[in-house]
Design a protein around this ligand. Structure first.
Ligand code: NDP
Length: 239
């Protein structure tokens, strides 16, 4: 059955792969993008692209109105949009910290809260949050990012308890290192160091993260909520 699916930050990287996976499934997919233009192939495939900065509550409201107008209430939400501003603590400004929290954690709060309105009414819904292995393992130079990604776990698990009786599931996917623009900033040396710690010995492809997300939104995952699913090649084992 075709569902109304929203993927935030779906114009590139992991979000784009997730949007494609749902579109291939026959779902009605909407993505948000903040800057740049969404890939033409995506819009040609019938995916609705809506400009929206998730740090702005008004833009979130407008995006939902447009999506609801065209696809009906969002039934599956994938909160994927996120940023890094890496810095050692001594050099990390308050803005470096709060802007990452405002996008990754508060931005997720904004989109989840708005989606919930329709899900409560429908008495069903699927929410998948994209965290990171770093949220559980920690990472030197990423205290802001790791805090925001760890925060998503407490957020999802609280909502899983709060809204389980309404048949809405909340799960977290925690990717390891994935080949996207976000990891392009790493030097070859850093990349080699990371890969050496990954039992599967390589980065993930965005499609490998998308497969887990699609599963969590499927009927096969109907009894899974409050889970943190690692898709990290074994990097975070035990966390
Ligand atoms: P990219 O940097 O390739 O893409 C990030 C996406 O988020 C873009 O679509 C970007 O939009 C969007 N975005 C950022 N800030 C905002 C905002 N304020 N409002 C709306 N959209 C915004 O990252 P990835 O695809 O690699 O990452 C996707 C998610 O996966 C992130 O949450 C990231 O933390 C997480 N992740 C990534 C890993 C990796 O190794 N790549 C590992 C673990 C987790 P725009 O194009 O306009 O900038």
């Amino acid at each position: 059955m075709s569902r109304s699916v929203l993927v935030t930050g779906g114009n590139r990287g992991i979000g784009l792969a997730i949007a494609r996976a749902f579109a291939d499934n026959g779902d009605q997919v909407a993505i948000t993008y903040r800057s740049g233009e969404p890939p033409q192939a995506l819009t040609e495939a019938g995916v609705l692209a809506v400009r929206c900065d998730i740090t702005d509550a008004e833009q979130v409201e407008q995006a939902y109105k447009e999506i609801e107008d065209k696809h009906g209430p969002v039934e599956v939400l994938v909160a994927n949009a996120g940023i890094t501003k890496d810095q050692l603590l001594m050099r990390m400004s308050e803005e470096d910290f709060t802007s990452v929290l405002d996008t990754n954690l508060t931005g997720t709060f904004r989109v989840v809260k708005r989606a919930n309105r329709g899900m409560l009414r429908a008495k069903k819904g699927r929410v998948v949050l994209i965290s990171s292995v770093v949220g559980l393992l920690g990472s030197a130079g990423q205290a802001n990012y790791a805090a925001s990604k760890a925060g998503l776990v407490g957020f999802a698990r609280s909502l899983a308890r709060e809204l389980g009786s309404r048949n809405i599931t909340f799960n977290v996917v925690a990717p390891g290192f994935v080949d996207t623009d976000m990891t392009q900033v790493l030097t070859e040396e850093q990349r080699k160091g990371i890969v050496a710690q990954v039992p599967l010995g390589r980065y993930a492809r965005p499609e490998e993260i998308a497969a887990a997300v699609r599963f969590l939104a499927s009927d096969d995952a109907s009894y899974i909520t409050g889970a943190v699913i690692p898709v990290d090649g074994g990097l975070g084992m035990g966390h």
